[in-house]
Design a protein around this ligand. Structure first.
Ligand SMILES: [Zn+2]
Length: 560
């Protein structure tokens, strides 16, 4: 396994290498193209000898839908490597690839990620101009001093809202109410004011232009309570307006065996569960239980926190928190059990408070002194754990717009938004443990148990029973069942005539062992089918059970 921040070309080279090295276990295809024409890979990992990919229940993992969250891409590639390299040696990998299918879309925001990795620029998702075709004038984030990074600027000013912390003067503390008589600063992201030559004066500290320049957010563009730019920043001109996301939606629709899903993001060190469009009352008791149990087991194996989007992000009484996110769309429209994993928690590492642990509402109630204390911890931790590559002491700079300023801070890309390279592997490994667990939770049909009784000369009664040995039901969730997803069907193949019974015959959805809310009554984990057939002596008959999300299982019998 190799934890690495892959450029587009490196990623493709690595995927092609893996394809050569592990034939029969991996297939790589082009899912679609980015707006700028980059090929978007889709990776299938399973043991092709134990069944075709679409004949097994699958987990889909996608990553890097947010351009700067490149640790998600690193984790996706790392997990593919782990599956391949440990298959046959490690029981979980072997179970996973023998009985389930893994689909990985390692990088969605390919254009933005490439610029993020190869220039100083940062993007939420895409370098396309949005929502304005002609970006408005104003303050724009940029690498003004040309050191290859966009850090922070502090501008000495009488009306500044920050002062140097007494304990660690690198930390900027909020200026206290009624405080005068010290040195005060404006503090904001490194950048400068862009204006057309004749446009007259602009407010020096307008910060809004950056978001309005590259304001597309791929994870707000899905057709789930989509509310336009005014309803949700980054929503895009219409649902699935972006080629990257249409390709992803087509991939998902084209692989109806997907039963579980995880989207890899940064940061927070938390596994987020549904829903993010409202409180948990929108979930049935059964689905709430499934989400909670998988997320909590995931928290155990990863060392991350787990929480519902609502519990973590709600800061007031919002009914709709975040329309247009991929995991909500997949649950609401397809009934797929999905999670958002926020990889990497620098605050937690530093011993400071983090939203993944406390939730956003609690974080908002922290006092300025508590925030300052946490910032000190973050700098101290970065000094110790990261050092020169990530800690940039404030140094004087003559700014074209603001005059004498200082530029400094912690590396926003590989300290704050993603792990520094030497800590990347640990995050990849812990997230991979959750992904493996999630894949192993998908439905799994057992090999059919078949009994044959001879009713009369050449006439046989065939009874076949199958069970779902997976944690999830064959519909993935109760929601999936409500969405009229086809259940499991049984069929008979071979040289015979069916006298009674039909083939195929629907046997409905099967519960998984995960739904403990009905533990007091027997769950419906098993189903059987029965036929009476006429056949010649020693005829070979195949009994098949298959479900769209459950996979396919069969037993070959020779009639007496
Ligand atoms: Zn994200």
């Amino acid at each position: 396994m190799r934890a690495h921040y892959w450029t587009h070309a490196e990623m493709w080279e690595e995927l092609r290498r893996l394809e050569m090295a592990y034939p029969g276990l991996i297939a790589v295809e082009v899912m679609g193209h980015s707006r700028e024409g980059r090929e978007l890979p889709a990776v299938t990992v399973t043991n092709m000898q134990t069944g075709w990919p679409h004949h097994k229940s699958a987990v889909l993992v996608d990553a890097n839908i947010h351009a700067g969250e490149v640790a998600g891409n690193a984790t996706a590639i790392y997990w593919i490597q782990w599956c391949l390299e440990t298959y046959g040696h490690e029981s979980q990998a072997t179970e996973l690839l023998d009985h389930h299918t893994v689909y990985v879309i390692p990088r969605i925001a390919a254009d933005g990620a490439e610029l993020y990795l190869t220039t100083a620029a940062r993007f939420r998702s895409s370098p396309r101009n949005y929502p304005f075709s002609e970006p408005p004038e104003g303050f724009v984030e940029s690498d003004v001093d040309g050191d290859g990074r966009i850090l922070q600027i502090r501008v000495p000013a009488e009306d500044g809202g920050f002062a140097k912390d007494d304990v660690d003067p690198r930390v900027m503390r909020p200026r206290a109410p009624g405080e005068f008589g010290g040195e005060y600063y404006h503090v904001f992201s490194e950048g400068q004011i862009e204006r057309t030559s004749q446009s007259g004066p602009l407010p020096a500290f307008s910060m809004s232009a950056r978001a309005r320049r590259h304001g597309m957010d791929f994870n707000r563009n899905f057709p789930i309570r989509w509310a336009g730019e005014k309803g949700q920043a980054g929503a895009g001109p219409y649902p699935l307006s972006e080629p990257e996301l249409r390709a992803l939606a087509d991939f998902i629709q084209g692989h109806p065996n997907i039963a579980a899903y995880a989207a890899l993001h940064t940061t927070g060190g938390v596994i987020l569960r549904q829903p993010s469009t409202g409180d948990e009352s929108v979930l049935s008791e059964t689905d709430r239980e499934l989400f909670t149990r998988v997320a909590e087991s995931g928290a155990k194996v990863s060392g991350y926190y787990s929480g519902s989007n609502h519990a973590i992000f709600a800061s007031g009484h919002e009914k709709i928190l975040m329309p247009g996110a991929a995991d909500d769309w997949m649950y609401d429209h397809l009934g797929i059990l999905g999670f958002t994993v926020e990889i990497w928690n620098p605050s937690g590492r530093a011993g400071a408070r983090s939203y993944g642990e406390l939730g956003v509402r609690k974080m908002m109630t922290l006092t300025p002194e508590e925030h300052t204390e946490d910032h000190r911890k973050l700098w101290t931790w970065a000094d110790r754990e990261v050092g020169q590559g990530g800690v940039f002491e404030w140094r004087a700079f003559s700014h074209p717009d603001f005059g004498p300023v200082e530029i400094g801070g912690l590396d926003p890309k590989f300290v704050l938004q993603n792990p520094p390279p030497h800590l990347l592997e640990e995050e990849c490994a812990r997230t991979s443990r959750f992904l493996t667990l999630l894949g192993l939770c998908t439905p799994r049909l057992t090999t059919p148990v078949v009994t044959v009784a001879c009713e009369s000369e050449g006439v046989y009664r065939i009874v076949a029973e199958v069970a779902n040995a997976g944690f999830l039901p064959t519909s993935s969730t109760q929601k999936g069942d409500e969405l009229l997803l086809e259940g499991v069907r049984a069929s008979l193949q071979g040289p015979m005539t069916i006298l009674a019974g039909t083939s195929p015959v629907a046997v409905g959805h099967l519960d998984g062992y995960g739904d403990q809310s009905v533990w007091a009554t027997p769950k419906r984990q098993r189903a059987h089918a029965e036929w009476i057939v006429r056949a010649g002596p020693a005829a070979c008959v195949v009994v098949v059970f298959e479900g769209v999300r459950a996979g396919r299982t069969s037993t070959v019998i020779t009639l007496p």
